[in-house]
Design a protein around this ligand. Structure first.
Ligand SMILES: Cc1cc2nc3c(=O)[nH]c(=O)nc-3n(C[C@H](O)[C@H](O)[C@H](O)COP(=O)(O)O)c2cc1C
Length: 273
């Protein structure tokens, strides 16, 4: 079966699908019908832009499942003002209610994140959701053990990231690593996947931004993320071997407190050219 099916009665030959294709494999036939030649088909990245941009529903991509129509009425409330308020009011949440989030809610958030951009549309992001409190504790302790081991090995890094202070705080009972979060969402990809770090960081950032819409909050668990990148033993705790690399780690839960003000941030540094 060819890559595209064109409904000739509906197609006006506008060529928008040709312009939208990121890999430029769609051509226009002499009779004004878009087509992909057999030798170009394998370059398709399955992004679906050709079908989803067609204003006349005249194009069907035969290697993709049925597409859901965009519900424009839902987007009416996404005004620049509303979304700016939403983005600016996002805060890193470090104090959580002692309550687990329903699995369905976490599933829903992770499901939305599938729509984040990925290099060449490869969609290779994977996630580990840790909800077992003992495992979360084990990971926190593992990070501390890794930091202790790193202090003599890489004193410069240890000093820059204040490992000694973090170890002391943790040993005093202050969970500065996972903040007693009820869940950890850890993002990873296959190690061999070249755009894994960027794809997964973008997706994790989408995930963090989505949380407030679900009444949730989160915070990057940077120390955990770095320790998981450097310590194969710690990576084993979440069931991963060398074939996989961790790129993100978020603490997630219901926020214990609300914020009432937005702290100022540095001016944007932009070179306008
Ligand atoms: C890559 C990265 C790693 C981070 N790691 C931690 C962390 O380990 N622990 C923590 O409490 N906050 C961590 N944060 C949160 C930052 O401290 C926070 O984003 C910053 O202070 C600004 O606050 P805001 O997110 O509320 O605007 C991290 C943020 C990023 C982007």
């Amino acid at each position: 079966m060819s890559l595209l099916t064109i409904d000739n009665a509906a197609c006006k030959g506008c060529g928008i699908c040709i312009q939208a294709c990121p890999v430029s494999i769609i051509s226009m036939s002499d009779d004004k019908t878009p087509f992909v030649s057999a030798e170009k088909e394998k370059r398709c990245v399955l992004c679906g832009h050709c079908e989803s941009i067609c204003p006349d529903s005249a194009l069907k991509h035969n290697h993709l499942p049925e597409m859901a129509p965009i519900r424009r009425e839902k987007l009416k409330e996404v005004t620049p003002d509303n979304i700016a308020e939403y983005f600016r009011s996002r805060r890193s949440i470090r104090a959580f209610l002692p309550k687990k989030v329903e699995k369905e809610t976490l599933e829903e958030v992770i499901d939305i994140v599938r729509y984040a951009p990925t290099g060449v549309n490869r969609q290779m992001n994977r996630w580990v959701v840790v909800s077992d409190s003992q495992t979360i504790r084990q990971l926190g302790e593992g990070v501390i053990a890794w930091m202790k081991a790193m202090i003599p090995v890489n004193p410069e890094l240890a000093k820059r990231l204040n490992f000694a202070g973090l170890v002391a705080a943790f040993e005093r009972g202050n969970d500065v690593i996972c903040r007693n979060a009820p869940h950890l969402v850890i993002g990873y990809t296959e190690t061999a996947y070249s755009t894994g770090a960027k794809d997964n960081t973008i997706a994790a950032s989408h995930l963090e931004l989505l949380l407030p819409a679900f009444g949730l909050g989160g915070c990057w668990a940077g120390y955990l993320m770095v320790a998981l990148q450097f310590s194969p033993d710690l990576k084993k705790v979440i069931g991963l071997n060398d074939s996989y690399t961790v790129h993100s780690a978020l603490m997630v839960g219901y926020p214990k407190y609300r914020y009432f003000k937005t702290p100022q941030r540095k001016e944007a540094q932009v070179n306008w050219m």
